[in-house]
Design a protein around this ligand. Structure first.
Ligand code: NI
Ligand code: MN
Length: 225
């Protein structure tokens, strides 16, 4: 499983020859100017919630690639209304896709579309493929629901927001990594705009002091599990 950071909360996940794109927000992110949405591969687009900084480029990429949009029922209904392919899920549900299994799990946040319409309830994803399992928390507060995840699965990587203000910050992300029983963390949802700037060295040191590993990838950089 290869994971590429495309800035903010956008991730590319490659499992075998299947390309999954999560929360594409690229053309609105000055820091991701080197990423071209015209060349990104996508067989599936996973959306955690309907906020602009997670869906901005989903429609354009899905139109070009024919990717299937996977999200909560309300978000998928929205994109099906635009003529796009979708697979609706809701919290607690799992589905076996061609690349592996996806479970839509709880997040504590909000989820309106940019025009204010209802975007269902926000979530995160547990993705299992090629004998590796990752948790993508989405935008969320620290929540006790995270403790449910290791009761059923052994994570190889937890992808957690660390930017604070709109989501967990670094200190709560350290607790979240305890809750999900995974000491290997990829931080995301930081530095994109002023409210969520993070001191990288300080964040890494805080994780290190708890015997945990915080990875912060450059935009465009990948990690293989
Ligand atoms: Ni959000
Ligand atoms: Mn966000």
């Amino acid at each position: 499983m290869k994971i590429t950071f495309y800035g903010h909360a956008c991730l590319g996940i490659q499992i075998k020859d299947i390309h999954i794109l999560v929360d594409p927000f690229i053309t609105g992110n000055e820091k991701a100017a080197a990423i071209n949405i015209e060349t990104l591969k996508a067989d599936y687009i996973l959306l955690t919630h309907a906020h602009q900084d997670h869906i901005l480029d989903a429609e354009a990429i899905a139109k070009r690639t024919g990717a299937v949009i996977v999200s909560n029922y309300e978000i998928v209904l929205h994109y099906q209304g635009l003529g796009l392919e979708g697979h609706p899920m809701n919290h607690g549900g799992s589905w076996d896709f061609e690349f592996g299994t996806v479970k839509y799990v709880n997040a504590v946040h909000t989820s309106s579309f940019p025009d204010g319409t209802y975007g269902g309830q926000p979530g995160g994803f547990v993705i299992e493929g090629e004998h590796k399992t990752i948790y993508i928390a989405g935008d969320t507060a620290l929540t006790m629901d995270m403790k449910l995840i290791p009761m059923q699965t052994k994570l190889d990587l937890a992808i957690l927001p660390i930017g604070d203000n709109f989501t967990m910050g670094v200190n709560d992300a350290i607790l979240a990594s305890d809750f999900v029983a995974c000491d290997k963390v990829l931080g995301y949802h930081f530095d994109t705009f002023g409210y969520i700037e993070v001191d990288h060295a300080d964040a890494k040191r805080k994780f290190f002091d708890k015997n945990k590993d915080l990875m912060l990838l450059d935009i465009g950089e990948s990690v293989t599990l």
